[in-house]
Design a binder for this molecule. Structure first.
Ligand SMILES: [Zn+2]
Length: 162
């Protein structure tokens, strides 16, 4: 596990004005680099990707009241989950309107060397204001095996060049 590399990329450029400071900190806690760049109309955007995705990052308890803090049980920090990442992205999309109606993100994981048969894969996540959809490559292949074996294989074949 420790030798694995986890990449993630958000495929849309996120208008900087849509992100609160807390949302930017959450993305950075998960390891995302927020690369700022300008578009022609001087609007600024972030490109968000990482080659070192952090699982269950810890963030400081912003409203901490010390030992008796009910927010963090006195630990001074929270551990974020994958769900928190998706919730944060959904909050951003809710503010996005026509400019950012969805966020699509891809994960990939693997080992540098040697690559084991069970140690590579990826996921795709599609987030709208109302829905969070996710599929994994392993899950998709399992579905294909099931469809093939039950005679319900889809007809939209990948077309090979002649
Ligand atoms: Zn606290």
């Amino acid at each position: 596990m420790s030798d694995q590399i986890f990449y993630a990329a958000i495929r849309e450029e996120i208008p900087i004005v849509l992100l609160t400071k807390d949302e930017a900190l959450t993305l950075e806690a998960f390891g995302f680099d927020l690369i700022k760049h300008k578009k022609v109309d001087s609007q600024e955007f972030y490109q968000c990707s990482t080659d070192c995705l952090v699982f269950n990052p810890q963030v400081d308890c912003a409203k901490c009241s010390g030992e008796g803090c009910t927010e963090c049980n006195g630990s001074g920090y929270f551990e974020l989950t994958e769900d928190d990442l998706y919730r944060t992205l959904r909050e951003i999309v809710k503010k996005g309107g026509a400019e950012l109606p969805y966020i699509s993100m891809e994960f990939a994981y693997g080992q540098e060397y040697p690559v084991g048969l069970t140690d590579i894969g990826g996921s795709a996540i599609f987030i709208t204001p109302d829905h969070i959809c996710r599929t994994d490559t392993a899950q998709w292949l399992e579905e294909m095996r099931g469809l093939y074996l039950s005679g319900q294989f889809p007809t939209h074949d990948f077309t090979l060049a002649a």
